[in-house]
Design a protein around this ligand. Structure first.
Ligand SMILES: Cc1ncc(COP(=O)(O)O)c(C=O)c1O
Length: 392
């Protein structure tokens, strides 16, 4: 057993990020300004999306992307139950109705066939979540959207470095929202980015991310600017600071190296765990894709293993390995169980996965010994609790 606790995740911050933050702090300009503009421009270059708008979290990004899409009170929006709560809470904040469509057990992504069943005259949008960094079947989803005249917004919180048929996540729909929370593939402390191909959405997002104000602070206070401004519409305080962008600029440069390491670790896990029938793994898909490996999840099969996920997580902790739970399905949280009562009957796959899923440590700071320790710990618990072991 490991002598030291292995945390589930750890941001990789180097001297370049530290120097750039210090540069911002010393420059006299620490909030939204030239470094945010630079980060946005690097992000459009990386993803190939024509527009990027930096915000202070993916949660706020989802909120204003939904508003830019014209989602209104009473509209229905179809999304996955296997997501972080922001995907649905920001719909509820607008007064829209989240409609959950079940996932595919192999990919853990929303199942396009289930989306089709949930469409009503009130449906306005589909929000696919690229779970763990595996791209959803966007051709199938966009075809459904086209047929029913719906908007598509990717929840790309896990998907920086994800590609679908040669195209980056963030270029596959009307808008996409990325997260730079510290456990994500790259971080800005807290932060998010919205990409969109629509110039009008870009203009709208720039307004709503900062109070609905006609001019950014940078344009008001920088040399040559004018301090006069007007408020054009209801807006929010969702802007990213230059201090955050300073970190992001260098994290984005390191992304290929980070994701290569994640992929190598995920492949090592996969090679080992695939032999155990007691757990299910996220299966890759037949279409051409690149997985960003934001998360490596295992799903315990209660028919083959004698331990509940919560106890498994506890025993992993006793072996000094940190784990995560991504996710408790939306309709299993008490508030949403009430709010969305009745929807659970159509969600058998996500209900079962929700009770049995856990995420293993996966980040570029892990070395081969760390990965071997994770593999040993999971293997020992599978062997200890396998129903096969009991029957023999
Ligand atoms: C799928 C998904 N969507 C949205 C979010 C929200 O991201 P943020 O913490 O940047 O608001 C997360 C964060 O964990 C997420 O996993």
């Amino acid at each position: 057993m490991r002598s030291e606790f292995l945390p589930f995740s750890k941001p990789q911050i180097g001297q370049e990020e530290i120097d750039e933050v210090v540069d911002s702090l010393k420059s006299g300009w620490i909030t939204t300004g030239p470094k945010v503009q630079k980060f946005e421009s690097l992000f459009t270059g990386y993803t190939g999306s024509p527009h990027a708008v930096a915000v202070n979290s993916a949660t706020s990004g989802l909120h204003i992307a939904y508003l830019a899409a014209g989602i209104k009170p009473g509209d229905e929006v179809i999304t996955s139950p296997m997501t972080f709560i922001s995907t649905v809470s920001m719909l509820v904040a607008i007064g829209a109705k989240p409609v959950l469509a079940d996932i595919d057990l192999k990919t853990l992504n929303i199942d396009p066939a289930q989306i089709e069943k949930k469409i009503t005259p009130k449906t306005k949008a589909i929000v696919p979540v690229h779970f763990a960094g595996l791209p959803c079947d966007m051709d199938a989803i966009n075809a459904i959207a086209k047929k029913h005249n719906l908007v598509v917004i990717e929840d790309a919180a896990h998907a920086i470095g994800t590609y679908y048929k040669g195209k980056s996540a963030g270029t596959l729909s009307d808008a996409a929202v990325f997260s730079f929370h510290p456990i994500k593939n790259i971080t800005t402390g807290e932060g998010g980015m919205i990409t969109t191909p629509h110039p009008s959405w870009h203009d709208e997002l720039m307004l709503t991310r900062f109070h609905g104000m006609s001019k950014s602070a940078w344009k008001r206070y920088a040399k040559g600017g004018t301090p006069v401004y007007s408020i054009e519409r209801l807006g929010y305080k969702y802007n990213m600071m230059d201090i955050q962008a300073a970190i992001g600029i260098h994290q984005l440069k390191k992304l290929p190296e980070f994701n290569e390491k994640r992929t190598r670790l995920a492949n090592a896990y996969h090679k080992h765990f695939t032999k155990f029938p007691e757990i299910r793994l996220q299966q890759t898909v037949t279409y051409d894709h690149v997985h960003s490996w934001h998360l490596y999840v295992i799903v315990l099969d209660p028919r083959k293993i004698n331990i509940h996920r919560n106890d498994f997580v506890g025993e992993m902790g006793e072996l000094n390995i940190g784990t995560g739970v991504h996710f408790t399905a939306v309709h299993h949280h008490p508030y949403y169980a009430d709010l969305l009562r009745g929807q659970e009957t159509d969600l058998p796959v996500s209900s079962e996965v929700s009770e049995n899923i856990l995420s293993l440590p996966l980040h570029p700071g892990l070395d081969d010994q760390d990965a071997a320790d994770v593999i040993d710990a999971v293997t020992s618990l599978i062997k200890k609790h396998s129903k096969k072991a009991v029957a023999v």
